[in-house]
Design a protein around this ligand. Sequence first.
Ligand code: SAH
Length: 349
Amino acid sequence: MKNIKNLIEKLYFQSNLTDDELIILLTQRKSDDSEYLYELARKRQAEHYGNKVFIRGLVETSSYCKNDCFYCGLRRSNKCAQRYRLSKEQILSCCDEGHPLGFRTFVLQGGEDTFYTDNVLCDIISSIKNKYSDCAVTLSLGERSFESYKKLFEAGADRYLLRHETASPEHYSKLHPGEMSYNNRMECIKNLKSIGFQTGCGFMVGTPFQTMENIVRDLRFIKTFAPHMVGIGPFIAHHDTPFKDERQGSSELTLFLIAVIRLLLPAILLPATTALGTASKDGREKGVLAGANVLMPNLSPKDVRDKYLLYDNKLNSGEEAAENIRRLKQSIKDIGYEIVTDRGDSKAE
Ligand code: SAH
């Protein structure tokens, strides 16, 4: 049997492991192995980004969604969800609030809301870019056609986050209704990269039916696809979804996987997500210490924050609120890192 420490060193030096080695690493790790893994992940992170941590202002544009993902509180079948959508003026005023706080990336994330046609979105994107030419615009608005993505890119959007959710088709079909397609999601992610977006993929840790083999497939997909960003966070149940009684994903495994992904693709952007912060005390700080280098504080208008509920107990005040950035800066400083005012583009090719 291979020694776990040797596997961690191999991963560090070669930025890769075989699938069999990854399974051994994930299933046979002990807690003191994690510390060593995190140390090497921080080394790689420092080589590319020093001690800098980038921030993104997250604007949750709409809680309407035409999809029905089994895990998500915004699913269309959730009749209890409170629905809202932000106007162009509301989105711009979020940016007006965020810019003086030091945000140089605005992430527009939302349910798949048909109100946001290509024309509506292109107008919003170009207005932000005209007003704030020093800022990047990231979109996280789900699946759209190649032509639509191309228009959004041409309107000035820089980046697009579309988590693949799982790289195993049979697992995908257990998390989504039959009308949603694994192939289409993968096609969308590939289209985004080919159009020229800095592209992000990712998955939830601990979704129902997920096996370690599924996670190894996710890691293999990530390594092969080589995105610019990878977002992962623990699954957290929402009480009005079919998965309401399912167990929460492990924060500890999420941290371990953040470090593994940092070593697989040393130069990428890796957020310590809100779900990680929700699932574990000091989750974001622990994420940074495991190799994450991005935080995404909430910049949505305060009166809609409790309506964008992907899962239960989602944090929406405190340090994850953009207006409390000073506190977040301090807690990141306390662990030896520095939040910077920077677009924070990916150093990955
Ligand atoms: N509609 C967009 C944005 C979805 S929300 C899209 O399809 O990309 C962003 C991410 O939140 C999702 O990709 C999913 O991975 C995550 N998410 C959704 N429900 C969740 C839950 N119950 N627990 C943890 N993460 C969740």
